[in-house]
Design a binder for this molecule. Structure first.
Ligand SMILES: *[C@@H]1O[C@H](CO)[C@@H](O)[C@H](O)[C@H]1NC(C)=O
Ligand SMILES: *[C@@H]1O[C@H](CO)[C@@H](O)[C@H](O)[C@H]1NC(C)=O
Ligand SMILES: *[C@@H]1O[C@H](CO)[C@@H](O)[C@H](O)[C@H]1NC(C)=O
Ligand SMILES: *[C@@H]1O[C@H](CO)[C@@H](O)[C@H](O)[C@H]1NC(C)=O
Ligand SMILES: *[C@@H]1O[C@H](CO)[C@@H](O)[C@H](O)[C@H]1NC(C)=O
Ligand SMILES: *[C@@H]1O[C@H](CO)[C@@H](O)[C@H](O)[C@H]1NC(C)=O
Ligand SMILES: *[C@@H]1O[C@H](CO)[C@@H](O)[C@H](O)[C@H]1NC(C)=O
Ligand SMILES: *[C@@H]1O[C@H](CO)[C@@H](O)[C@H](O)[C@H]1NC(C)=O
Ligand SMILES: *[C@@H]1O[C@H](CO)[C@@H](O)[C@H](O)[C@H]1NC(C)=O
Ligand SMILES: *[C@@H]1O[C@H](CO)[C@@H](O)[C@H](O)[C@H]1NC(C)=O
Ligand SMILES: *[C@@H]1O[C@H](CO)[C@@H](O)[C@H](O)[C@H]1NC(C)=O
Ligand SMILES: *[C@@H]1O[C@H](CO)[C@@H](O)[C@H](O)[C@H]1NC(C)=O
Length: 756
């Protein structure tokens, strides 16, 4: 009873609160902002109406405090119509929002301000912590204005018109922003010694990418003692960089110098910063010279960095081989040389790089066989050699390894799978599609207990689908299409859960032991195909380097071959057995694959009827049974498949009326059904009435409950008349034989008649 009272009271309170609406002075201020942002004749924010009962907390751009009902967030990104021209900021308009914490005004053509007095009082906005003024046209003097915000923690002035460094000659004033933690000044025209003027003792993250900084950028004052992450990428930093210049940044952990014109880093023994640094990004350098990263005593914690980096010298020319010098980088953990038009054989010295966790060499012209030296790479987890010209067989020694993701697709690998991955319980992804592999799909496939993605498409596998496959209860994507498989579809396939891979991804990346004294040395050779040059980069990461590689598989659904990666990959689940010679009936048990999104059994030799159980595939988006020898009717229950977007039963021997044209089935056209002469009803041009008269081969052996169609009505009438006669006869016989019932019956009739 007490609880009920409480509930009622809460409802009353909530109700009372909700109808109070927002604070009047805040609503009025918001409406003034609307007028301002639309000046002179814009039409944005139509839903903000001037109306006593309007609750401004309901406006989607506004968020109010649950406790006080006051505005805490105003999000007006890209609200002002660009064609209205410049907008001048009237700081006074924001003063009524005493509890404002977040202000987004990105992309509004802001250029300046109209009133200094408003700025003086900005210090009244005690709670304002996040200000996004990116993609406007402010000049550098905005900074001194914003100094007045006492609680500011995050400030973005990305892509404005901040030019030059002279206005930064006010380190004292800037230091008043002593709560600032994140400052984004990227995409401006800053230059000169900006950093030496910054003195922000709590700043942790500073973005300065895409400015026109020269190498004097790197002289820092001691004013950034908390800085952890500094992004100086895509500036015009040239020549030699002396890392000692960064020594004042005593807490720096992440430094990004990518896409500059640096050709060497000088790091004398006493360079302090390298001992702290955990991530050094040097991606996309056009050229790495002999001297880059020379003398690198400070990196000694990384075991070996006195490597043959000098041999990265110059650009790696297109059509070249994998440089031998890489073999000296024995502590490398991730080698990525994909898309580089590399030729030649896979080097045997790879087997000596025992720290390798990942090898990515896809999209080159590499030839020859996969060297057995690969098997020496005990901790290797990720191998992508796809889209090359590799031949020979797959080495049969990868069974004991910790290998987790294998992409060997689109090569010319041949021969049987023998025992290549036999009993490997870490393998999650195996993509062998588009090769020339032969013989049967081995029974040991059932021993790959972690396998989630199995792609064998486009090979020459023959024989039956092994029932051991059904042990793979983590399988989510299986593609055996375009092979020579025959025999039946195993009934037990329905037992595989075929769920999505969600929840498994974390387990994929446990690498613990491979962590090398403080960081990972990662190498990339990326192609910048626009200019035909290849760039190299080295990174030192303390994160899992494999988080830099992309898990990606190609799978055909809804008739499109798509690349799935990231979270979309986790969501995908499907079976493709198309283009084989599979025979027999479609197992009823396939209806148990309730999480499956794509099922393709087309271009086989399947017979029998379409099981009604397929109507249980509630997630299925694509169902293709075309080009088989299926007969009987299309189960009407299939219209329950609400996710179905692509459906085809074309080119079979199906007969009878099509499912009603409702739900998803209202969207399927003639092509979904063509090549079945005995099918009738819309969208086919053949109507079922005609069909009734002409079709001698009516197939009603399905045993389904039919709900529609003229053929059913026939059956219904006949059955009805027959049953009617039987019942009448039955009553007559009973009344005739049994005198007691006869009496009772007449009594009943009499009572019935008199009561009326
Ligand atoms: C605003 O006024 C200008 C000129 O008076 C006109 O060209 C423009 O179409 C108007 N814009 C709107 C959104 O009414
Ligand atoms: C005030 O706005 C509400 C919806 O926001 C609307 O239902 C109501 O009719 C408006 N009242 C007046 C007087 O315009
Ligand atoms: C725009 O507003 C959203 C919040 O509504 C914010 O997360 C985002 O960072 C803003 N800025 C830009 C440039 O999109
Ligand atoms: C700025 O806003 C304040 C408060 O709404 C207003 O009084 C003042 O006139 C505005 N200034 C300009 C130049 O529009
Ligand atoms: C910066 O913008 C303000 C406001 O528009 C203007 O008064 C000032 O002259 C500008 N300063 C520079 C250096 O362009
Ligand atoms: C920095 O920019 C200012 C103004 O754009 C310019 O006058 C100055 O020469 C630049 N300095 C350097 C070192 O490029
Ligand atoms: C700041 O500017 C003044 C003159 O504008 C100059 O005298 C002073 O040396 C500058 N300070 C620094 C640190 O550059
Ligand atoms: C800055 O770059 C120039 C070449 O543009 C070079 O001569 C100079 O030594 C560099 N300065 C530093 C400190 O590295
Ligand atoms: C691999 O290392 C061994 C022992 O350190 C060495 O003898 C061998 O030459 C190396 N192999 C290659 C291909 O560099
Ligand atoms: C595949 O292997 C067969 C023999 O096993 C051969 O005849 C055929 O040319 C190979 N196909 C390709 C594309 O290499
Ligand atoms: C690779 O070679 C092809 C032609 O052989 C060329 O079109 C392409 O640009 C090259 N790619 C790179 C990254 O050099
Ligand atoms: C398909 O199955 C039928 C009957 O089972 C058989 O006669 C026919 O040869 C098979 N066709 C193919 C291509 O395997």
């Amino acid at each position: 009873m007490g609880r009920l009272c409480l509930l009622v009271m809460m409802l009353v309170l909530l109700n009372g609160y909700c109808c109070l609406g927002c604070w009047k002075q805040e609503r009025i201020a918001l409406l003034q902002i609307k007028v301002d942002i639309n000046f002179p004749n814009g039409t944005s924010l139509r839903r903000w109406v001037d109306n006593e009962t309007a609750n401004c907390c309901d406006w989607k751009e506004i968020e109010c405090s649950v406790d006080t009902g006051r505005v805490i967030q105003i999000s007006l990104n890209e609200t002002r119509d660009w064609s209205l021209g410049d907008w001048y900021f009237n700081a006074s308009l924001f003063l009524p929002f005493k509890e404002l914490r977040t202000l987004h005004l990105s992309g509004n053509s802001l250029v300046g301000w109209v009133e200094n007095e408003g700025f003086e009082r900005l210090s009244m906005l005690m709670n304002l912590q996040v200000v996004d003024l990116s993609y406007n046209n402010f000049n550098i003097s905005i900074l001194s204005r914003l100094l007045r915000l006492p609680s500011l923690k995050y400030l973005s002035l990305q892509s404005n018109n901040l030019e030059g460094s002279t206005h930064f000659n006010s380190s004292e004033r800037l230091s008043r922003l002593n709560n600032l933690e994140v400052l984004d000044l990227s995409l401006n025209n800053l230059n000169g010694s900006i950093l030496s003027f910054l003195s922000l003792s709590n700043l942790e993250i500073l973005h300065l990418s895409y400015n026109w900084s020269d190498n004097s950028t790197l002289s820092f004052a001691g004013g950034l003692s908390s800085l952890k992450s500094l992004d100086l990428s895509a500036n015009k930093i040239k020549g030699t960089v002396d890392m000692r210049e960064l020594d004042a940044l005593t807490n720096l952990e992440v430094l990004d110098l990518s896409s500059n014109e640096i050709d060497s880093l000088v790091t004398p023994k006493d360079t302090k910063i390298l001992k702290k640094l955990k991530v050094l990004r040097l991606r996309g350098l056009k050229k790495i010279s002999r001297n880059l990263l020379q003398s690198l005593g400070a990196f000694s914690s990384l075991k070996t960095l006195n490597l043959g980096l000098n041999t990265f010298e110059g650009t790696i020319t297109a059509e070249g081989m994998i440089p031998k010098s890489l073999s000296l980088m024995t502590s490398l953990v991730l080698l990525d040389v994909s898309s580089n038009n590399l030729t030649g054989m896979l080097p045997r010295w790879l087997g000596n790089m025992t720290y390798l966790l990942g090898i990515v060499m896809s999209k080159n012209h590499l030839q020859g066989s996969i060297p057995t030296q690969f098997c020496k790479l005990d901790i290797l987890e990720f191998v992508d050699l796809s889209e090359n010209n590799l031949s020979g067989s797959i080495p049969s020694c990868l069974n004991r390894s910790r290998i987790t993701h294998v992409y060997l697709n689109k090569n010319r690998l041949e021969g049987p799978l023998t025992r290549a991955f036999y009993n490997n319980s870490s393998l999650v992804t195996l993509d062998l599609s588009h090769n020339n592999l032969t013989d049967t799909i081995p029974k040991w496939i059932g021993s790959l207990s972690a396998l989630s993605i199995l792609l064998l498409k486009g090979n020459q596998f023959k024989g039956r689908i092994p029932i051991q496959l059904c042990h793979l209860n983590r399988l989510s994507i299986m593609d055996f299409s375009h092979n020579n498989l025959f025999g039946p579809i195993p009934h037990c396939l329905g037992k595989i859960n075929m769920g999505s891979t969600t929840g498994q991804s974390n387990a994929m990346w446990s690498i613990g032991e491979s962590y090398i004294g403080g960081g990972y040395l990662v190498s990339y050779m990326e192609s910048t195909s626009l200019i035909g040059l290849h760039s190299s980069s080295l990174m030192i990461l303390n994160e899992d380097p494999l988080s830099e590689v992309q898990l990606q598989v190609e799978f055909t659904t809804k008739r499109n071959s798509l690349l799935y990666n990231g979270s979309i990959l986790n969501y995908m689940s499907g079976i493709d057995l198309s283009c084989n010679q599979l025979a027999g009936e479609i197992p009823l048990e396939l209806g148990n694959l309730s999480d499956i999104r794509a099922l393709n059994l087309s271009h086989n030799n399947l017979t029998g009827t379409i099981p009604v159980t397929l109507s249980k595939l509630k997630q299925v988006e694509s169902l293709d049974l075309s080009y088989n020898n299926l007969n009987g009717r299309i189960p009407t229950q299939l219209i329950e498949l609400n996710a179905l977007a692509v459906f085809s039963v074309a080119h079979n021997n199906l007969s009878g009326a099509l499912p009603e044209r409702k739900a998803q089935f209202g969207t399927f056209e003639e092509t979904s059904y063509e090549g079945n002469p005995l099918l009738c009803g819309p969208p086919l041009h053949k109507s079922c009435t005609k069909n009734r008269a002409t079709s001698p081969m009516r197939n009603v052996s399905n045993g389904e409950v039919e709900e529609d169609g003229f053929v059913d009505m026939d059956a219904f009438y006949i059955t009805f008349v027959v049953s009617y006669i039987i019942v009448l006869l039955g009553i007559a016989i009973v009344l005739y034989i049994n005198p007691y019932w006869r009496q009772a019956w007449f009594y009943f009739i009499e009572v019935y008649i008199t009561s009326r």
